[in-house]
Design a protein around this ligand. Structure first.
Ligand SMILES: *[C@@H]1O[C@H](CO)[C@@H](O)[C@H](O)[C@H]1NC(C)=O
Ligand SMILES: *[C@@H]1O[C@H](CO)[C@@H](O)[C@H](O)[C@H]1NC(C)=O
Ligand SMILES: *[C@@H]1O[C@H](CO)[C@@H](O)[C@H](O)[C@H]1NC(C)=O
Ligand SMILES: *[C@@H]1O[C@H](CO)[C@@H](O)[C@H](O)[C@H]1NC(C)=O
Ligand SMILES: *[C@@H]1O[C@H](CO)[C@@H](O)[C@H](O)[C@H]1NC(C)=O
Ligand SMILES: *[C@@H]1O[C@H](CO)[C@@H](O)[C@H](O)[C@H]1NC(C)=O
Ligand SMILES: *[C@@H]1O[C@H](CO)[C@@H](O)[C@H](O)[C@H]1NC(C)=O
Ligand SMILES: *[C@@H]1O[C@H](CO)[C@@H](O)[C@H](O)[C@H]1NC(C)=O
Length: 560
C-alpha cells in the first residue's frame, strides 16, 4: 500500500511537469484505478465525492452512503468507486484514455482533481517470419521479418546476433520498420525487416529480435560461400616407392564444399565426381613429376605438388643354382640402380657374412645359398643364388690304429669330394661308422680283426670319379714287431717292454740256478739228517719242475 502510493506520487510528479496534470497508466484489459487527489486522505468534513469526465458524470458518493452510478453510457457497467475514493474502471481499452475529474465537496469547499488516464499494453509475443533459406557471404539478403502485435504504445523492435544488438549501418545491416494500427482496438503491430550481408563465421550465429522484454526464438542460417582455398595432399606412409599406389586428396573449403574435382596427373586431366580423391596405382620412376587438383568451375582455384617416386633395382649375377668345379674361380657382380643411398648385406645359408663373398679358388665349403639384401630406406630388394662346388673325390688320409683291448684294429679313410662320395673297403669289418658330410669332407671308420697280414684298400667314389689308397695291416699276433717297424714312438715302448721281460727272465734264471746249487751242496754235506735229506730231495724235485715250467713260459713270450 505504502510502496505503491509512493510510486504513484513519483510517477505523478514526473508527468506533472510535462502536462501540468496528474497522469496514471493503466493496463489494457485490466481494471484500472484512477486515484482521487493523488490518494490523499479524505477530508474530515467530506460531504460528497463525484467522478466525471468530458461527456458527463460517472458516479457520486454522499457521506456515509454507498456510491451510486450515474453514467448511462458505456461506463454504466464498468465503473465503481473504492473505499479510498479511487475510480475503478473494469476492462480498460484504449478508448478509456481520457481525463477523469474527481470532485470533492467538503464543508464549503469544492475541489476538482483532474487525472489523465493512459492505457498501456505490452506486445503479445515476438516472432521472426519469412526467413531466408540461406545466406551467401557478402550478398545482402533479407534475413527475415520480426513482428510483434497489439501493443500500446507502439513497440520498437531490436535485432540481435548472438545476443548483441545489430545496428543499421546502411551497408551490411539495413533495418526497416513498419507500424500498423488496428482500426478497432487502436493497438499497434510493429514489424521490422533485416537485410543482412553474411560474414564468415555466421554459420552458427543465432539471430533473435526483441521488443520490450520479449525475445523471439533464435533462428540460424546456412551460410554459403565459394571455394577460397584448395590444397592437394599426397596420402602415403613414408617415401613413395615404385609399385606403390599413390592417393591424391584434394581439400577445398566453401559451403557447400565442392564435390567434384579435376586432377592433373602429369599433364593429363582426370575429372573425379562425388569424391575428393584419386589413386594412381603401381607408380614407377616415370611417375615422378607435378600433380595438381582444381575445382571444376574455376581452374584458377588449384594446388600442386611435386611427387618423387623412389626406385631401387638390383641385379645379381650369377643367379639360380650354379654348379662349379673344385678349384675354379667364380666372378660375382651386383648391379644396383637406385634413387638414394643403399645398404648392402650378404648372408650365406642364413648366416650373416662380414663382406661380399669372393671366389678365387672354390672349395667345398663355399657351397651354399647366398643372399644379398639391398635396402634403401624402407625399400628392400633381395637376390640370391645357390652355389654347388663339385669335384672328384680324393682320399686325404688312410690310417690304422690298434683297438684299446688289443683285439681289433680300427681303419680310417678320410676323403674329400662332392657330390658326397661313397666309401668302400675291400675287407669285411664291423662297426662301420661314417662322419657327417660337411664341407665336402667325409671320414669313414671300420673295425677289423686281422687274422692274416692284409693289404686293405679304401675306395671313394661319386658320379665324377674315384680314388683309392692301400694300407698294409699285419695280423694281430705280429703286432709287436710290426708296430716296432711302423712307428718309432710305438717302437720305443716295445723296446722297453722287451727289455723288462728279458731282465725278469734273466733274474729268474739266476735265482733258480743259485737255489739249485745250494740244494745240491746240502745233499752232499754230512751235517744234515737222513730224514731231512729225503724230504729235501722230494722238495727239490718239485722246485726243479716249477723252474722248468717258468723257463718255458718265458721262452714262449720271447717268441711272440
Ligand atoms: C485505494 O484502494 C484500493 C482498493 O482498496 C487500492 O488498491 C488502492 O491502492 C488505493 N489507492 C490509493 C491511492 O491509496
Ligand atoms: C594397388 O592397388 C591395386 C588395385 O587397387 C591393388 O591390387 C594393389 O594391391 C595395390 N598395391 C599396393 C601396394 O597397395
Ligand atoms: C607394376 O608395373 C610394373 C612395370 O610397370 C609391372 O611389372 C608390374 O607387374 C605391375 N604390378 C602390378 C601389381 O600391376
Ligand atoms: C615442381 O617442380 C617444378 C619444376 O621443377 C617447379 O617449377 C614447381 O614450382 C614445383 N612445384 C611445387 C609445388 O613445388
Ligand atoms: C626396376 O624394377 C621394376 C620393378 O621392380 C621393374 O618394373 C623395372 O623394369 C626395373 N627397371 C630396370 C631398369 O631394371
Ligand atoms: C665279405 O663277406 C661276404 C659275405 O658276407 C663275402 O661274400 C665276401 O667274400 C667277403 N669279403 C672278403 C674280402 O672277405
Ligand atoms: C706279416 O708281415 C710281417 C712284416 O710286416 C712279416 O715279418 C711276417 O712274416 C708276415 N707274416 C705272414 C704270415 O705272412
Ligand atoms: C705292402 O706290402 C707289400 C708287400 O708285402 C709292399 O710291396 C707294399 O709296398 C706295401 N705297401 C705299403 C703301403 O707299405
Amino acid at each position: 500500500m505504502h510502496f505503491s502510493s509512493c510510486l504513484c506520487a513519483l510517477l505523478v510528479a514526473l508527468v506533472y511537469q510535462v502536462s501540468g496534470m496528474d497522469t496514471v497508466i493503466g493496463l489494457y484489459g485490466e481494471t484500472v484505478e484512477v486515484p482521487c487527489n493523488n490518494g490523499a486522505p479524505k477530508p474530515k468534513d467530506l460531504f460528497m465525492t463525484k467522478w466525471k469526465y468530458d461527456d458527463g458524470d460517472l458516479l457520486t458518493q454522499l457521506k456515509d452512503q454507498d456510491a451510486s452510478v450515474i453514467a448511462t453510457d458505456k461506463y454504466k457497467d464498468r465503473v465503481s468507486m473504492a473505499e479510498n475514493s479511487s475510480l475503478l474502471i473494469a476492462a480498460a481499452t484504449l478508448k478509456d484514455e481520457k481525463t477523469f475529474t474527481c470532485m470533492v465537496v467538503a464543508g464549503a469547499d469544492i475541489s476538482e482533481y483532474p487525472v489523465k488516464l493512459l492505457i498501456h499494453k505490452a506486445p503479445t509475443g515476438v516472432e521472426i517470419t519469412t526467413l531466408a533459406t540461406e545466406l551467401e557471404i557478402g550478398k545482402p539478403t533479407q534475413l527475415g521479418q520480426c513482428s510483434t502485435s497489439d501493443a500500446n504504445p507502439a513497440a520498437s523492435i531490436t535485432w540481435f546476433k548472438n545476443k548483441k544488438p545489430l545496428v543499421a549501418d546502411g551497408k551490411g545491416i539495413i533495418i526497416s520498420s513498419n507500424v500498423k494500427v488496428d482500426e478497432v482496438t487502436g493497438l499497434t503491430t510493429t514489424s521490422s525487416t533485416l537485410q543482412y550481408s553474411a560474414e564468415k563465421g555466421d554459420t552458427k550465429a543465432l539471430f533473435t529480435c526483441g521488443a520490450l522484454n520479449t525475445l523471439s526464438s533464435p533462428v540460424s542460417f546456412t551460410v554459403t560461400y565459394p571455394t577460397e582455398r584448395i590444397s592437394l595432399h599426397v596420402i602415403s606412409k613414408g617415401p613413395l616407392m615404385e609399385g606403390d599406389n599413390v592417393t591424391l586428396k584434394c581439400k577445398a573449403d566453401g559451403n557447400p564444399p565442392p564435390t567434384s574435382f579435376n586432377f592433373h596427373i602429369l599433364g593429363k586431366v582426370v575429372k573425379v565426381e562425388n569424391s575428393d580423391s584419386y589413386t594412381v596405382t603401381n607408380v614407377t620412376r616415370e611417375s615422378t613429376g607435378e600433380y595438381k587438383c582444381s575445382i571444376i568451375d574455376n581452374a584458377k582455384m588449384e594446388d600442386s605438388k611435386n611427387i618423387t617416386i623412389n626406385y631401387l633395382n638390383i641385379s645379381l649375377s650369377p643367379s639360380g643354382k650354379i654348379i662349379k668345379s673344385f678349384g675354379e674361380g667364380l666372378a660375382l657382380t651386383l648391379q644396383t640402380h637406385a634413387s638414394g643411398e643403399l645398404k648392402v648385406s650378404w648372408t650365406k645359408d642364413n648366416g650373416k657374412l662380414d663382406s661380399s663373398p669372393k671366389f678365387d679358388k672354390l672349395t667345398y665349403s663355399d657351397s651354399g645359398k647366398y643372399e644379398v639384401v639391398v635396402t634403401m630406406g624402407a625399400l628392400i630388394k633381395k637376390a640370391s643364388f645357390e652355389l654347388v662346388v663339385e669335384g672328384v673325390p680324393v682320399i686325404r688320409r688312410v690310417a690304422k690304429r690298434r683297438g684299446e683291448d688289443g683285439q681289433h684294429k680300427v681303419l680310417t679313410c678320410e676323403a674329400e669330394g662332392s657330390p658326397k662320395p661313397t666309401v668302400a673297403w675291400n675287407v669285411n669289418g664291423t662297426s662301420a661308422d661314417e662322419s657327417p658330410y660337411v664341407n665336402g669332407k667325409i671320414t669313414h671308420k671300420l673295425t677289423i680283426v686281422p687274422t692274416v697280414n692284409l693289404t686293405v684298400v679304401c675306395t671313394v667314389s661319386n658320379e665324377l670319379g674315384q680314388d683309392t689308397r692301400t694300407i698294409n695291416v699285419s695280423t694281430l699276433f705280429e703286432e709287436v714287431r710290426m708296430d716296432k717297424q711302423d712307428s718309432s714312438d710305438e717302437g720305443d715302448t716295445t723296446k722297453l717292454v722287451v727289455g723288462v721281460i728279458v731282465g725278469l727272465l734273466l733274474a729268474t734264471v739266476a735265482v733258480g740256478l743259485a737255489y739249485w746249487l745250494y740244494v745240491k751242496k746240502s745233499k752232499q754235506g754230512s751235517w744234515k739228517t737222513g730224514e731231512k735229506e729225503e724230504g729235501s730231495t722230494e722238495e727239490s724235485k718239485k722246485l726243479e719242475e716249477k723252474i722248468e715250467e717258468k723257463l718255458e713260459e718265458n721262452s714262449q713270450k720271447v717268441e711272440v
